[in-house]
Design a protein around this ligand. Structure first.
Ligand SMILES: *Cc1c(COP(=O)(O)O)cnc(C)c1O
Ligand code: SF4
Length: 337
């Protein structure tokens, strides 16, 4: 009998799915039954921040709809290349917060660790689209520097694993990092900022969350979903799975014109998240990053919208409307009106 043995170096299925994501705008349009010649807005097939989206996420888009809220988040448009006044390369003021080994230390008690520049999806509005990841990401060789920094500052109680997307790293690496962090006595919490469970729920398998079981820490997972349509059954299962490992599950979203800038869209998102065991945390106003101006929602309109949402939902389903201000001691939370 011939048995096919699986070699230990074979990548897990999620890594294959991640690598096989759609990268060509014409392929994406063909999958959606859209004709590029009919595009209501010019597309940029050669953007320096190229298209990237997993097939499973494409499957959640509506066929034949140029205004689909998931499609709008990923399709590169020609107008991204037009400079807009007030939209810069480092809108959130990351520059002065950079520390050795890919750490951003901006706020008291918590430090953010950039583990990788890689993401499963490229979101057009991303404020890190111009970030110099090649210099900043913490490859294993740089972890030691980052760990030294964390060791040396006892005021840091929480480490935020971020990127890029930290879950684009293999579980072995995340487990290794978790063990190293466990040696730092003043650390209490690990927070993971990730969009992967939303865009590639296959990432969250049984073995996948083994490092999440490390009881030395309290775990917080902050996922990133902008629209209820992103949250199909497979995503809900992945989120509930992480919750059952004991992680507190929160969501952050970005308020995006043409994607989720209605009270109905926000209400549906909060309700759907809750069904999947996740509470809304932040709804971010767009960071004014070059190439993203067409997604901006005016602050006054945003606050009105939150007023409409707050009038309809229990308080725990209303996200905090927040703006990132360079050099402020915290994110600025804006009142609904
Ligand atoms: C947003 C952010 C945090 C986390 O802020 P919270 O208000 O605790 O969610 C931490 N560090 C940096 C650099 C950030 O941008
Ligand atoms: S997943 Fe997050 S970091 Fe990656 S492109 Fe999207 S918004 Fe940016």
């Amino acid at each position: 009998m011939i048995t096919r043995s699986i070699s230990p170096t074979q990548p897990p299925r999620w890594a294959t799915l991640l690598a096989e994501g759609v990268r060509d705008p014409s392929e994406l349009l063909a999958l959606l039954g859209l004709d590029a010649a009919q595009a209501p807005y010019p597309i940029d097939a050669r953007s320096p921040f190229p298209l990237r989206v997993p097939h499973g996420f494409v499957d959640r888009m509506r066929r034949g709809d140029w205004h689909d809220p998931l499609l709008r988040q990923v399709l590169p448009l020609a107008r991204e290349a037009t400079p807009q006044a007030g939209f810069g390369l480092d809108p959130v003021g990351d520059g002065p917060s950079r520390r050795p080994g890919g750490i951003l230390h901006k706020y008291h008690g918590r430090a953010l660790m950039i583990l990788t520049g890689a993401c499963a999806i490229h979101c057009r509005y991303c404020f890190r689209r111009h970030f110099p990841y090649a210099e900043a990401h913490a490859a294993r060789s740089r972890w030691l520097e980052a760990l030294d920094y964390l060791h040396a500052d006892p005021s840091i109680e929480e480490v935020i694993l971020s990127g890029g997307d930290p879950l684009s790293l293999p579980d072995e690496k995340l487990a290794e990092l978790t063990c190293a962090l466990a040696e730092i006595p003043h650390l209490k919490r690990i927070r993971v900022h990730t969009r992967l469970p939303i865009v590639l729920p296959e990432r969250v398998g049984a073995s996948a969350s083994s490092w999440l079981e490390n009881r030395r820490f309290q775990w917080v997972v902050v996922v990133h979903s902008n629209h209820a349509q992103e949250l199909d059954e497979s995503v809900a299962e992945a989120l509930l799975h992480m919750r059952h490992f004991g992680a507190v599950m929160l969501n952050q979203a970005v308020l995006l014109a043409g994607v989720n800038d209605t009270a109905a869209a926000q209400i549906a998102l909060s309700e759907r998240l809750f069904e999947a065991g996740v509470l809304p945390y932040y709804l971010h106003l767009l960071d004014r990053t070059q190439g993203t101006a067409h997604f901006e929602v005016e602050e006054t309109r945003a606050r009105q919208l939150m007023g409409e949402v707050a009038a309809r939902l229990p308080g725990y389903l209303v996200p905090r409307l927040a703006r990132e201000t360079p050099s402020a001691p915290a994110k600025q939370v804006l009142a609904a009106c």
